[in-house]
Ligand binder design. Structure first.
Ligand code: 5GP
Length: 202
């Protein structure tokens, strides 16, 4: 059996752009895609499950993994550390599935430099007003924390041009259609699907 080279799909966005909803839909529709579970030193939120949302890791373990070069990429994001382990990519290859990464622009940059075939998708909110609304969706932000989250979002958006695709999430159904189109098209790139032609020519 040929070895499986997973398609690596990086999805980044500022918070409040609807990335999680879109990724969940993709995972629900395609059983041959898996979500890359990152390690993080951040504490779990009430609804999060260790091993499902993240692998929650203490700082010493994270340091050890960095020293042992177990990460494909890692970065400081909002005061915590987050990293993608090499094990995630290896197990996707073994399970013959593709992988979707929810990482920030620093992680996207590192994955792309290690795996130039990786596909980077950046999701944008439709407007500044809508972004502000979504950042304050819970209605519990103070003006200062809202301003901080807004600045962080703009800082993330500034890196849009490091990605291959830009997806404006103006309507979740339309954005999802475009996201799945990217997946379907990337899967049939000649570089990834030439086996079918080679077999015919044999
Ligand atoms: P949250 O703490 O809200 O789950 O995530 C905060 C930010 O960290 C998000 O922008 C998310 O994309 C990013 N992030 C999550 N996992 C990783 C990772 O493994 N590497 C990097 N570089 N960023 C990550």
């Amino acid at each position: 059996m040929t070895t499986h080279k997973p398609l690596l799909i990086i999805v980044s966005s500022p918070s409040g752009a609807g990335k999680t909803t879109l990724c969940k839909r993709l995972l629900a529709e395609f059983s041959d895609i898996r979500f890359s579970i990152s390690h993080t030193t951040r504490v779990p939120r009430p609804n999060e499950v260790d091993g499902r949302d993240y692998i929650f890791t203490d700082k010493a373990t994270f340091d050890k993994m960095v020293d042992e070069e177990q990460f494909v990429e890692w970065a400081h994001v909002h005061g915590n550390r987050y990293g993608t382990s090499l094990g995630e990519i290896r197990s996707a290859a073994a399970q013959r599935v593709d992988l979707i990464f929810d990482v920030d622009y620093q992680g996207a940059r590192q994955i792309k430099s290690n795996y130039p075939d990786a596909v980077g998708i950046f999701i944008l909110p439709p407007s500044i007003d809508e972004l502000k609304l979504r950042l304050n969706a819970r209605g519990t932000e103070t003006p200062e924390s809202l301003e901080r989250r807004f600045k962080a979002a703009l800082g993330e958006i500034a890196h849009y041009d490091e990605f291959d695709y830009l997806l404006v999430n103006d309507n979740v159904d339309h954005a999802y259609d475009r996201l799945r189109s990217i997946l379907l098209a990337e899967r049939i790139r000649i570089a990834r699907s030439s086996d079918a032609a080679r077999k015919l020519l044999e």
